[in-house]
Design a binder for this molecule. Sequence first.
Ligand code: NAP
Length: 282
Amino acid sequence: MSQARLMDGTALARRIVEQTARRAAELTDRTGTAPCLATVLVGADPASVTYVRMKQNRCRTAGIVSRHVELPAETTTEELVGTLRTLSQDPAVHGILLQHPVGEHIDERAAFEAIAPEKDVDGVTFASFATMSFGGPGFVSCTPGGILRLLDAYDVDLAGKRAVVVGRSAILGKPVGMLLLGRDATVTYCHSRTRDLSAVVREADVVVAAVGRPRLIKGGDVKPGAVVIDAGYNPGNVGDVDFESAAERASLITPVPGGVGPMTIATLLEQTVAAAARQLGV
Ligand code: NAP
């Protein structure tokens, strides 16, 4: 029997997208220019193709123009950097998303750094990370930003709480830890070299699972009453948390799907409209 309350990312994301659509329409009326997100895809990895298509569809429903650039799998770092620099300089483009991963022969960091920070609506550049970490007015990484919105929507008070982030990737684990720290949580990062993961997770008032290992975090690892955020998305719609057993001990928990996933796209759209507003000076 589940006891935890579900954190409904689908419903919250829908409200954010509706609000974003109203802002996009106002902006278009006032300036005669619709917000525009450029999506860049290298190769044809099926999961990436699906993610990009989902992002484009959501853009459309929110009144954001989407410009799609598809590059062949054999694109070089220099070519990709060139494309991203051109988009960075194009005044008709307000936000840029480079779909990750880009293929092993490409220097992904060099590609990310070719995105102008004012158009970095996916929050992937060093500049965005530093601004976010210091609480400045830039764009946050979308999944971490979405997680914080979800915690806020469910009135989770983070100050002084023990937060454990499992995973330290550049797009997810590291930035979500910085956002939690910015809210005065006491943050611990775990990763593949962490000893006795279960013991560390059991200390947490808030757990963020960002690993990519199906059902790695079990109910027995969850402190009774903890808030459990499952950012994992593994084949078969399975998260990084064993939902059934964790829900018996948590106070709040995100489902997979329908928790963190929809919040990522909502944050991307919201940041695209914010970028357009700043660039159009309204
Ligand atoms: P990633 O780059 O592969 O990073 C995984 C992290 O987990 C690494 O820091 C790794 O440690 C750590 N790790 C691996 N095995 C571990 C273990 N047994 N114990 C503890 N830590 C372990 O993955 P990612 O891009 O951050 O994605 C993580 C998950 O989130 C995936 O399921 C992905 O699909 C999902 N995701 C969802 C969204 C969304 O919108 N919902 C967005 C992005 C990602 P090391 O650093 O030591 O290697």
